[in-house]
Write a protein that binds this ligand. Structure first.
Ligand code: SF4
Length: 428
């Protein structure tokens, strides 16, 4: 989502006559697009602002964008006095006007409204990936997970009209994009505000039927809103990729209740059963937080057991990080940093073993890849499978740039924990 936000910012400014330079040192305007999901990410922003000021700060305008901007607001001016601009994600379309204010002598300008209506329509987005385009279909979140800062930084849920989404998807297909990724903090709570009234499953089917679109992905889903209709829609149309990312966060129902995740382990597993009993084979990935306040060794063991049960194809794991304004901040029984670190290592080691096994099962298979790049030194092309795996492969046309963006069959010959290796195959 942040990548796409940066694309919107760059597109908006380019349209107003700004141009991008190669390095921050050359820039007259330096913008930091920030994430505040974890404390570490937030600290990084302030460290970078400080460091950069020392080296080349003179005469430059500095701006902080994104979730740290929304969360900290004008306090940023106190922490980093050389910053002139603090802008949350809902105000990016007004960036040009705000920069004019600065050029006219205003020392500090903020844009912190949470009204997203205008940001949904992003005619000037600069697309960094030549094949895959992101479309935001819903912003914000109405849930209140005890560890999460998103409802405070992105505001309540606002869905975009289906007409506006379909118009953007159509335009992207005409421009030659073949893959669309639908975005939202809670993408599957999508509810069309227009009379058409589409739910997320309908939206998936409709975007997948846009002529020219070969792949549709989405991120990120909340398990409670992952209804069976979504799986049915995916099974009906192979344009909807063979991949479901379903963040579980913990394998212990007790911890899930403390997190206010709105589902139990059993309810989560019911969704996993739908995915596993579907017509196609889907890769399943997740997010896990270790060391949430009150998480015991027994709770953590339940998370490890869940990994055995589900056999995830990949996971993002994090140590719990206290965030401002969240309910967990006040919770007792904090887990020590050492225990969090230890649990993270154990979890990652277990998952690595699972991935080695899961990927090895694919040796001999033929997978369709979208060619996304090239390792010139290795003589390999970089492909992405529908299940979202990286599959590096050799091809007789090793130096031919025209393979970029193509969809090709590739036979898997080797595997590692995080990627596959193969050779171009001809499907008979
Ligand atoms: S559903 Fe996701 S975005 Fe919303 S509060 Fe929970 S973790 Fe945060």
């Amino acid at each position: 989502m942040n990548i796409h936000d940066s694309e919107k910012v760059i597109g908006t400014l380019a349209q107003q006559g700004y141009s991008q330079v190669e390095t921050p040192e050359e820039a007259g305007l330096v913008l930091y697009n920030t994430c505040s999901i974890r404390d570490k990410a937030e600290q990084k922003v302030f460290n970078r602002l400080q460091n950069f000021k020392k080296v080349a700060g003179k005469g430059k305008v500095f701006g902080v964008l994104g979730c740290v901007a929304q969360q900290e607001g004008e306090k940023i001016f106190d922490k980093a006095p050389h910053v002139s601009l603090v802008v949350g994600s809902a105000s990016y379309t007004k960036l040009g006007e705000m920069l004019v204010q600065i050029e006219n002598g205003e020392r500090r300008v903020t844009g912190l409204s949470l009204d997203t209506e205008e940001t949904f329509d992003t005619p000037f987005t600069r697309r960094d990936n030549p094949n895959r385009a992101y479309i935001t279909i819903i912003e914000g979140c109405d849930k209140s997970c005890a560890y999460c800062v998103v409802p405070f930084t992105r505001g309540p849920e606002r869905s975009r009209t289906s007409e506006s989404v379909m118009a953007e998807a159509g335009r992207l297909a005409e421009q030659g994009f073949t893959e669309i990724q639908l975005l939202g903090q809670n993408v599957n709570s999508y509810q069309d505000p227009s009379p058409a009234g589409w739910d997320f499953a309908t939206m998936l089917s409709k975007v997948a039927s846009v002529p020219g679109i070969r792949r549709v992905r989405y991120t990120t889903s909340h398990p409670r809103d992952f209804v069976k209709r979504i799986m049915d829609a995916m099974d009906e149309n192979p344009v909807l990729c063979d991949h479901v990312h379903l963040p579980v966060q913990s394998g212990s129902s007790r911890v899930l209740a403390a997190m206010d995740r709105l589902y139990t382990r059993d309810e989560y597993m019911r969704r996993i059963d739908w995915i596993k009993s579907a017509k196609r084979k889907y890769s399943i990935t997740t997010d896990i937080i270790v060391g949430f306040p009150g998480e015991t060794d027994e709770d953590f063991q339940k998370t490890l057991d869940l990994l055995d049960e589900v056999q995830y194809d990949s996971l993002f794991s994090f140590k719990y990080s206290p965030r401002p304004k969240t309910a967990a901040l006040e919770m007792a029984d904090k887990v020590s940093e050492e225990d969090k670190q230890q649990r993270l290592l154990v979890l990652q080691e277990k998952q690595r073993a699972i991935q080695i096994r899961r990927n090895a099962e694919l040796i001999g298979d033929i997978q369709e890849v979208l060619v996304e790049g090239r390792h010139a030194s290795l003589g390999q092309w970089i492909g992405r499978t529908s299940s979202n795996r990286t599959l590096n492969f050799t091809h007789p046309d090793v130096g031919d740039e025209s393979l970029m963006g193509k969809y090709l069959p590739v036979r898997v010959t080797r595997s590692g924990p995080n990627s596959l290796v193969g050779e171009s195959a001809t499907v008979v």
